[in-house]
Write a protein of this length. Structure first.
Length: 246
């Protein structure tokens, strides 16, 4: 899968994409990155990409023609049009299901990072979707772009190495992941739950599912409305509620 990112600050991505899982995925030709600076597509000698907003106001707005030119240059090199995403606080909220949708349906994502006071609204004419990563204000779209790349890339077959890794993580079924433990067995008087040492895989799986439901109920109960629940989850939730009421 290919990720193309339009950003006025391309240096923000180099370190992030050259470590850990993303580095190995590139080395294995599972994913590819292309970082493009829109300044290269400005039509003035000073490579200016922004201007004052019509109607007045604070700050500067990124010009539509610069973004159009950069996007057109990317599309001209592609055999198929990429799916174009504008990172914007007015976009729909990014979720795990969005990540699954992108990973399963597209081979090439083009992410446009806004900056300053935003991008000329006319850019929406070439955008497939506007995405926000949450209800807060950031300086630009670079960090949201990194979030989306990380979430989508790990869903590409082979990127995590183990095919079950991405499936069992938090939010994959709209539930938080169960607690994890490793050695030592006892630390500061806190012990690993006995069931995890029992070797009984059926009981371990039941415990993990129950604790996933418990953590979701306690920390993010709103997720349960859209969670992909299993046949026995009702019984497990009833047990959890009884335990919480004691």
């Amino acid at each position: 899968m290919k990720f193309t990112i339009l950003s006025l600050f391309p240096e923000m991505f180099h370190d992030v994409f050259s470590h850990s899982i993303l580095k190995r995925a590139q080395q294995s030709d599972l994913i590819e990155f292309e970082i493009i600076n829109p300044r290269n597509y400005a039509d003035n000698k000073h490579m200016t990409v922004d201007d004052y907003p019509y109607g007045g106001g604070n700050g500067m707005v990124i010009r539509a023609d610069v973004i159009f030119n950069a996007v057109q240059s990317v599309c001209n090199k592609c055999s198929a049009k990429p799916y174009i995403i504008l990172l914007s606080p007015s976009g729909s909220v990014f979720t795990q299901r969005k990540a699954e949708f992108y990973a399963g349906c597209y081979d090439h994502l083009l992410l446009i990072c806004g900056h300053y006071e935003g991008i000329d609204e006319r850019v929406l004419a070439i955008v497939d979707e506007c995405i926000s990563i949450g209800d807060y204000v950031l300086t630009g779209g670079e960090i949201p772009a990194i979030v989306i790349v990380e979430a989508v890339a790990r869903l590409i077959p082979g990127v995590l190495g183990c095919s079950e890794s991405a499936v069992n993580e938090s939010f994959s079924f709209q539930l938080l992941e169960h607690p994890q433990y490793t050695r030592p067995r006892v630390f500061n008087g806190l012990e690993v739950p006995d069931v995890l040492l029992s070797g009984n895989h059926a009981e371990i799986n039941r415990w993990r599912r129950k604790e996933s439901l418990r953590k979701t109920l306690q920390n993010r109960p709103e997720l349960l409305r859209n969670a992909r629940l299993e046949a026995n989850d009702g019984l497990l939730l009833a047990e959890i509620l009884d335990e919480m009421s004691e």
